[in-house]
Structure formats: C-alpha cells, structure tokens
Design a protein around this ligand. Structure first.
Ligand code: CTP
Length: 403
C-alpha cells in the first residue's frame, strides 16, 4: 500500500488554526493529505496556508478543476476523511446529506471511514438539533469525537473545545489501522477506570522519589477503551502526554492521592486497571523546609515506610462482576514472577512485561504476556502499546462474558 490518502475537512470555526497542527502530524508521519476547507474556514485560515502545508491544491467549491470531477475523485481516493473542526452547521449539513460545497460532496461520495471532531460553544453543542445530528452521524458509522472541556473563544469556558490535535490524530490513526472495527462500540455501556504514570513521594518541598513511568501504556488503554465506546476515568500521576479525547482525567501526584482517586472512581466501575507505577515506599517524613547541605556533615539517611498496595486493596474490595487488572514489571523470571504476583495480589488479569534499559518504560512499544487467574496466558508480540491495550480489553470483555 502506498501512502494513506487522508482528506482533512476544515469547518468554519476559530479552531481551524489548530487543524494546521493536525495536518502537520499527518504529513510528518507519511500520510498524503488533501485539505478541503469550507468557504467560512478560509476566513480563519487562508488557502495558501493549507496548500503550503499539504503540498496539494486547495479549493472549497465543486466548480474548480471541473474537468477532473474533483468531488467524486477526492471522495473515492480517500482512505480516511477527518473533519476538524466540525462546526454545528457542518454537522447539520453532513447529517442531512446536503451537497452544497466540495466538502459535503466528498462526504457523500466517499466510502472511507469518517472521523469528525466537533468544536463550538457549549449551548450549540448541547442544542437538541446538534444532539440529533451527532446521533444520526454516529448511527451511520461516523466516529464523532466528544469535544473537550475548557476555554472557548471568548472568556467563557465549557464543553465544546476542539480536542488536542494529537488526540484527534490518535483517533484517526486508529480508525485508519483498524478500519470500521475501530468504530465498533463493543465496550459501550461499560465504565472503566485506569491509572497511569508514576507516583512521586515528597522528600521536601522541592524533592521527591519518583520513577521512569511515562504513562504511555495507561493512556493507550484510555484511548482504546474510549474509542470502543466505554466511559473512561483516567487517574494520571505526573504524566506529560496530550489529554485523550472524551476521557475524564483526574490528576494525582503521590501514591496516597492515587489510592484515594482509584477507590473513589472504582465504585460502580466494570473494570479497574492499575497501569501506574506506584511507589512501594515513601519517606516516613516530609521535611517542611528544603533540606540544606551542611559543610563537613553527612546528610541524614531518608527513612522509608511502605505504601499501601492499591491493586491488592482494589482486588479485595471489588464487587461481583468487576474485573481488576494489574501490571507487573519484571526484570527476571518474567513468567514465574508474574504468576506469583497474580496470586498474591488477587487480581483477575495481570499484564507482565520485562523492563530494563530502554524496554517498556517511556517507549511506544511493548511486549508482554497477559496472565489470567484461570491459568490462561495470552502472549502479546512486540508492537505498539495500543495493540496491547486492545488485546487487554478483549481479555477483559471475555471475563465479562464469562460472568
Ligand atoms: N501497585 C499498587 N500499589 C503499590 C505498588 C504497586 O497498586 N503500592 C500495582 C501496580 O500498579 C501494578 C502492580 O501493582 O499494577 C505490580 O507492581 P510491581 O511494582 O511490579 O509489583 P510489586 O507488588 O511492587 O512487587 P515487586 O516490586 O516486589 O516486584
């Protein structure tokens, strides 16, 4: 297969400028992109910008290059159509099958998957007309990303913000890789809670004990569960990753904060996944002032105490039907160590991966084995953290089906 062909539709909203970054994410990762803005989108970002960034001609109307029948050609050649931002008007035109500009024509002629990232004021997003249009588009198989909550155009804040371009890119990449299956909401109606990142245990106001966890695996779990229709709570400890679209993110720093957030979110959840690297120990005391060095005096040793084992607590407290998943990072005796840890922690599933220099921590790839309490093992070959995440949700869904 050659370069995947993406149509980037841009609606007439102020967030159009953010689509420039989305366009770059596509082109820099080897996608050919044809930008099709609406006429009002060009009031925010002009055609030369789109043409220069995509290296392709840009037009809004079906009346240009008519000899090439562009509205049919562009739609047919597309492997994926992504619309960001999708305004209320554009959602309405798409939902009712209008064909009054090039972009809506492309939407009617393409048979490729369609991803829409709406952005508008909260009132417009919540209006029954827009709700109906979104429901119609979803029923027809389009992936409509939930807008983010945050600062809107003026001084107001609320739901309706365009999600981070990196988050839209991830959804699009996933739909491209998995086709329509990516839009299958097989986890719809399920509520899942995931911890991600690494905790920090304060030594004094400026120092802490931490670890190398980036949070990438936990974020991949959140993105995939959300894409498969689940309601997702992500308890993020000290991560620096783009917020996944449509996910309820709760930020924590220490193991104790993570523990509280997890116990609160786990109530009524169908699955709880502990992907965070939780510090096993914390300093027994946090110095109120910054610890000073003193000439000729050895520093005091830092005394440590054990942190509670959050995974074991969640496993013990779990209600019937809730699936509890742990992660184990082992540097040796990977399988035997994993089996023992699964039994010790009392969870339903344990993802065991080998860590060491450059493996797993901070990378985009992972290789692991999913161990189940019933003795089954599912090897996960080296691949993107998202592939492991999908296999883990498959394993969780099997446990739900067995109940
Ligand atoms: N975990 C937890 N609370 C802790 C420590 C770990 O909930 N205080 C969870 C992690 O989120 C992970 C699993 O336990 O899901 C395994 O963590 P790991 O550090 O590999 O195992 P430990 O039980 O700490 O065993 P050891 O460090 O001795 O290998």
């Amino acid at each position: 297969m050659g370069q995947p062909e993406i149509v980037l539709g841009v609606g007439g909203g102020i967030a159009a400028y953010k689509a420039c970054e989305l366009l770059r994410l596509f082109t820099e990762s080897g996608h050919a992109v044809r930008v099709v803005p609406t006429a009002s989108a060009l009031r925010f970002v002009g055609a030369p910008t789109w043409a220069a960034l995509s290296g392709r001609p840009v037009t809004t109307e079906v009346w240009d290059e008519v000899d090439e029948v562009p509205h049919v050609r562009i739609g047919r050649r597309a492997d994926l159509v992504v619309i960001a931002p999708a305004t209320a008007d554009l959602l309405a035109r798409a939902a009712t099958g209008r064909a009054d500009d090039l972009l809506t024509n492309v939407l009617l002629t393409t048979r490729a998957p369609v991803v829409l990232a709406p952005a508008m004021h909260t009132e417009m997003w919540e209006h029954p007309a827009t709700r109906d249009n979104v429901a119609t588009l979803r029923r027809r198989g389009a992936v409509v990303i939930e807008p983010a909550v945050g600062r809107l155009t003026g001084a107001d804040t609320g739901k309706g913000r365009l999600p981070d371009p990196a988050a839209i890119f991830e959804v699009a990449r996933r739909v491209l890789a998995r086709g329509q299956a990516a839009a299958e909401p097989d986890l719809a109606g399920r509520r899942v809670v995931i911890s991600a990142g690494g905790t920090r245990e304060a030594i004094d106001p400026v120092r802490y004990l931490g670890n190398n966890s980036s949070g990438k695996q936990g974020y991949a779990l959140a993105r995939t569960a959300q894409a498969r229709g689940a309601e997702v709570v992500l308890v993020a400890a000290n991560t620096a990753l783009p917020d996944p679209a449509g996910v309820d993110i709760r930020r924590v720093t220490s193991a104790e904060e993570l523990r509280l957030a997890m116990h609160t979110a786990a109530k009524g959840a169908d699955a709880v996944v502990m992907a965070a690297a939780v510090a096993d120990f914390r300093p027994s005391q946090r110095a109120q002032q910054k610890i000073k060095k003193r000439d000729g005096v050895e520093p005091d040793p830092i005394a440590l105490v054990r942190n509670p084992d959050v995974l074991a607590e969640l496993a013990t407290a779990r209600p019937a039907g809730q699936v509890v998943v742990g992660f184990a990072a082992e540097t040796e005796n990977v399988l035997a160590g994993g089996q023992a840890k699964l039994a010790r922690k009392g969870c339903d599933l344990l993802v065991v991966n080998q860590v060491g220099d450059g493996i797993a921590f901070g990378t985009d790839q992972n290789e692991a084995v999913i161990l189940a309490a019933d003795g089954t093992t599912t090897p996960v070959p080296l691949g993107p953290k998202e592939a492991l995440a999908d296999l883990l949700w498959d394993a969780v869904a099997r446990r739900w089906a067995d109940d």
